[in-house]
Ligand binder design. Structure first.
Ligand SMILES: *Cc1c(COP(=O)(O)O)cnc(C)c1O
Length: 382
């Protein structure tokens, strides 16, 4: 077994900083020297960089990924009581903003294999009060956007992509074209939370759209509902990416391809180590998507008791692991009164009782990957 130094972490932000230190330090001190802390040239340069990388017509940066989702919903002219389809197996933010705005989250089941929104369940949960769907590209892989977009266009639904976890992933369509996650719906939203694929050193987020009038509405909402300073046309909010974060993100964006390759390399190693284990399912690769491995998530087939024993065993070997997510949204107290359920959510329930995410990040040495893989195999007696 190869050796390694230091503590194993789910995400190694310190190691990543050390590798990029000279560039990051220069970017941060450049902003401080310029004193252009809010909406400065770094924000415009990063925005332009994001437009180029994703091919999106308009990018509007904001304070965090949850704000991006909220602003997206605010921009669509929805009315209280309008229904929004959203998966039950996701991070709370995807549905929280719906309820916050007085809209109605209609919870939809996910696919057992991809962990992403199930199109059959979405179709079943639809009613004529539905105005939008929020597909979440969970763990690094695109939802089935071709089918979602076609359903949305049939029913006149807006599509808001929650791309907080899959920045940089591509979705392939049957006409041979490929599109970046976050650029296929009416609006895409992402988060620059430190542990995300493109993460900053604090909070940050962005919205993506090809629609000129939506883009201008989104800009206005994120800036106190004003187009002209001190002239407020609608009720907005204050949601900005600060310049220091933009400068850091600009450095990180220039290394994004290496970052994604490092994650894929670790995932391939894990796949080979685990594919012969009958007790776990390795991450399924949907034929219509590639994977950027925000998480490497195993399904422990025997369920919660074995998963817990595996988690404790790994912990005893100094290997952290996380359950994303231990409770589907319909079992969360916060949604007891607000969420609507019209379809069985069985896969969301089963997954929350059987998934376990193991460390994957941009700084994994061969030694660490092998150590983790061997310990998982050892737990299952291999
Ligand atoms: C991280 C995340 C968000 C929210 O991002 P923040 O920047 O933390 O507000 C939203 N949706 C999903 C799926 C996420 O993983």
């Amino acid at each position: 077994m190869k050796s390694f130094h230091g503590k194993i972490q789910m995400v190694d932000l310190k190691g990543q900083y050390c590798r990029l230190k000279s560039e990051i330090d220069a970017a941060i001190s450049g902003v401080i020297e310029s004193t252009s802390f809010i909406n400065g040239p770094e924000v415009s340069a990063f925005t332009a960089g994001l437009e180029k990388y994703t091919g999106s017509g308009h990018v509007v940066t904001c304070a965090n990924g949850t704000d991006a989702l909220q602003i997206a919903l605010m921009s669509l002219g929805l009315e209280k009581g309008d229904e929004i389809l959203v998966p039950a197996f996701t991070y709370v933010a995807s549905a929280e903003v719906i309820a916050l705005l007085g809209l109605v989250p209609v919870l939809v089941d996910v696919d057992r294999d991809t962990f992403n929104i199930s199109c059959a369940s979405m179709e079943e949960a639809w009613s004529d009060r539905c105005r939008a769907v929020i597909p979440v590209h969970l763990f690094g892989q695109s939802a089935d956007m071709e089918r979602i977009l076609s359903f949305a266009s049939d029913k006149g639904l807006y599509v808001i992509e929650d791309n907080a976890q899959s920045f940089g992933a591509l979705c392939h369509f049957s006409d041979g074209t490929s599109h970046m996650t976050g650029t296929m719906g009416n609006i895409g939203c992402t988060s620059f939370f430190p542990s995300k694929i493109l993460g900053c050193y604090g909070d940050g987020g962005a919205l993506f759209t090809d629609d000129d009038s939506l883009a201008s509405r989104i800009r206005m909402i994120a800036n106190h509902g004003q187009r002209i300073k001190y002239h407020h046309d609608i009720t907005g909010c204050n949601s900005r990416l600060d310049s220091i974060q933009a400068a850091i993100l600009r450095v990180k964006l220039s290394h994004i391809d290496e970052a994604i390759s490092a994650r894929r390399k670790a995932a391939e190693f894990y796949d080979k180590a685990f594919e012969s284990l009958d007790e776990v399912r390795i991450p399924y690769r949907a034929p219509y998507s590639d994977h950027v491995f925000h998480q490497y998530t195993l399904v422990v087939k025997e369920g919660p008791a074995v998963r817990e024993r595996l988690r404790v065993f790994l912990e005893s070997k100094g290997i952290p692991s996380m359950i994303y997510y231990p409770l589907p949204l319909h079992k969360q107290k916060a949604f007891e009164k607000t969420a609507v359920l019209r379809t069985a959510l069985d896969n969301s329930c089963v997954l929350s009782e059987s998934v376990l995410s193991i460390p994957i990040h941009t700084e994994m040495s061969d030694g660490i990957i092998e150590y983790i893989a061997e310990n998982v195999r050892e737990f299952f007696g291999k």
